[in-house]
Design a protein around this ligand. Structure first.
Ligand code: GDP
Length: 434
């Protein structure tokens, strides 16, 4: 049994899309377990660039069946657009995409609720993507949500969606553009196009595992954006950590056999909130430019900073990481020296754990250690022994600080710009021999 969960270890955008894309051929099923269409995995194959918002990147491999689990929230219109976009690129999803009948729908008024809530927060806004994801999860928790399974009963769907709209109108007023009735009519039309994809995916996944199939569970965002374990309240509205893979798909913990943490060779984060290793100087801009650190869906520039060991260790713990995939090593190629945060300085002394309060977390200062830069290109290197000595020393130091093996090193955006470390777990999972 080989069912693994692939999880972001930092604040998201670690390059999960590329790694899932690499591993997908060795798996029968790729399942997303949380989040909505704000994820934006970028996958580059030859001269084609795909931005996948909701559909798992496994869809780019003919063999994999892709699942949107019950923990995902689905904007029917956005998903129909994504399916059509994939179709124009020659990627056919019919028969290869399954949507959980228990996944909740994002409805048009969720965008209005989010916009108004962010406006009200002013300076304290979370910096969400305005796609209605948070409000959809709120209605789910409030037991007022509408689920994808309702699409199979059009009359009930219509009743439930319009009732939800009327309830929103009672609080927000009817003048918000998102509440226009025409918008709901076209939403209901789009929703019907998803009917053929909807089923009980928890049963499907468990049956598949019973039959010996291999499942890759794909998270969106990252550990520090997890609703419970992240830097609350600057987090996403769902469980992006490995545990969320079970609640978000119905595949039980006893059937998940490993967790791969995707980790950037430095750190980035989008939106507000504490970021102890942030670089606001020229070096930060260098990482932003070289790493192309701009949101793939929103275009928002990402904040950048040094690798943060306390974050990585925390992530290793709460996700139970078996291996790490270190991405974007090549982005550091030109730096004279590279720092790593090995702990935090606080008013009470030093610590190596993550304070639960953002006020405390906002006050910590990073304790930095410096490494020599390698000042040569690592772009495209695919064998560990070809890495410059200083780059190898950096990679080995990170692994030993975090206490988890590095099973894959990514040296560029393309599939073949990758080192799969011989004897590591990723080599085993990718079917390249242990
Ligand atoms: P994800 O949401 O975690 O998949 O991350 P994104 O797709 O937002 O960001 C990853 C970006 O980095 C994409 O544009 C990838 O093509 C690119 N990328 C992934 N791995 C590497 C790498 O090793 N080096 C470089 N230079 N770019 C990479």
């Amino acid at each position: 049994m080989k069912n693994i969960v692939v999880v972001g270890t930092q604040w998201g955008d670690e390059g999960k899309g590329k790694v899932v894309d690499l591993l997908a051929p060795a798996f029968d099923i790729v399942a997303r377990y949380q989040g909505g269409h704000n994820a934006g995995h970028t996958v580059i194959i030859g001269d084609r660039k795909f931005i996948l918002r909701l559909v798992p990147s496994g869809i780019l491999h003919d063999s994999a069946v892709c699942v949107l689990g019950n923990g995902v929230v689905v904007d029917a219109q956005a998903l129909v657009e994504e399916i059509e976009g994939l179709g124009t690129l020659g990627v056919e999803v019919d028969g290869r995409l399954r949507i959980s009948n228990r996944a909740h729908l994002i409805l048009p008024h969720h965008r209005a609720v989010e916009r108004i809530s962010e406006e009200r927060r002013g300076e304290d806004r979370v910096g969400t993507t305005m796609r209605g994801i948070g409000p959809s999860y709120e209605e789910k928790s409030g037991r007022r949500g509408v689920r994808a399974g309702d699409i199979l009963n059009p009359a009930e769907l219509r009743r439930a969606v319009l009732a939800a709209r009327d309830e929103a109108a009672a609080t927000l007023g009817t003048t918000e553009p998102e509440l226009a009735i025409e918008g709901y009519e076209s939403y209901l039309e789009s929703a019907q196009r998803l009917a053929p994809f909807i089923s009980d995916t928890a049963c499907f996944l468990n049956d598949a595992v019973d039959a010996g199939q291999r499942v890759l569970l794909e998270g969106a965002q990252g550990t520090m954006l997890d609703l419970d374990h992240g830097s609350y309240p600057f987090v996403t509205s769902s469980s992006s950590t490995a545990g969320g893979a079970c609640t978000g798909t119905g595949l039980p913990p006893t059937r998940v056999t490993g967790a791969l943490g995707i980790i950037k060779a430095y750190t980035t984060r989008v939106g507000a909130g504490p970021f102890p290793t942030e670089l606001t100087d020229e070096r930060g801009r260098h990482l932003q430019d070289r790493g192309q650190e701009f949101g793939s869906v929103t275009g928002r520039p990402r904040r950048t900073g040094w690798f943060d060991v306390p974050v990585a260790r925390y992530s290793a713990r709460v996700n139970g990481l078996s291996s790490l995939a270190l991405t974007k090593l090549d982005v550091l190629d030109e730096l004279d020296s590279i720092s790593v945060c090995v702990g935090y300085r606080t008013a009470a002394g030093s610590c190596s754990t993550i304070p639960s309060s953002i006020h405390d977390y906002g006050d910590v200062e990073p304790i930095l250690e410096s490494f020599d830069g390698w000042k040569q290109s690592t772009r495209g290197i695919s064998r560990l022994e070809d890495l410059p000595a200083a780059a190898r020393a950096y990679v080995e130091a990170l692994s030993s600080y975090v206490g988890v093996e590095i099973g894959l090193i990514s040296t560029g955006p393309e599939r073949d710009e990758t080192i799969v470390v011989a004897g590591g777990r990723v080599a085993d999972w990718a079917g390249r021999g242990a």
